[in-house]
Design a protein around this ligand. Sequence first.
Ligand SMILES: [Fe+2]
Length: 241
Amino acid sequence: MSAGYIDLHCHYVPGVDDGARTLDEARGMVEALGALGFEQVIATPHLRPGMFDNDRPGLIAAFAATHAALAGPALPRLALASEHYFDELNWRRLLEGQGLPYPGERAVLLEFYDIDFPPSIDQQLFELRRRGLLPVIAHPERYQCLWRRPETLERLVRAGAAALLDLAALIGKYGRHPQACAEELLERELYQAACSDAHRVQDVAQVAAGMQWIERRYGAEELDYLLAEGPRAILAGLGTV
Ligand SMILES: [Fe+2]
């Protein structure tokens, strides 16, 4: 079954970060997402210096091996990008073409320090857009600065960034504050898309519960927007403004 959904954030490439550990786990995750209606699942392994010391060539090679082992008509299409931790090294990598933007190189997934955004965030996101890359903010509901001031995300989205909801936040996977923040950001219509951020096969059940939550609260059209239309616009480099 496919509802034409696209997962923009998933950790199924085995052995490169805290995601899947084996090809069997990777297959299980992608299969389970396919059963929820995902027709494409984009791998976004961490580029996080000091924690997951990956680089572009290493991730391209690891993904190629995963793709060769798994790809087939029974599974969603597989593609590669990365979750870039927003530090100095990754900033340089992005400016020098050593990051891993989304396929088509129109958008890039960014993860921030969970307490606060850097003071220079507006200028840096502007610089990415100037270079033709739509900044995609991973799981904004987990950043403490947005629990207190959700309007900060409003400013960034209005300036041309995209916000990506981790579906499992809606059912409390990360605790009470991210859950409440996700609800608030949804209510403010700040998310352009939603994703699994799955690291294990078991995570997919929480993704399904998050999808049901959205459908119950906002209807099937909203789910379609967050998992099909929104992701397609992001891959084309288009924000909501
Ligand atoms: Fe992630």
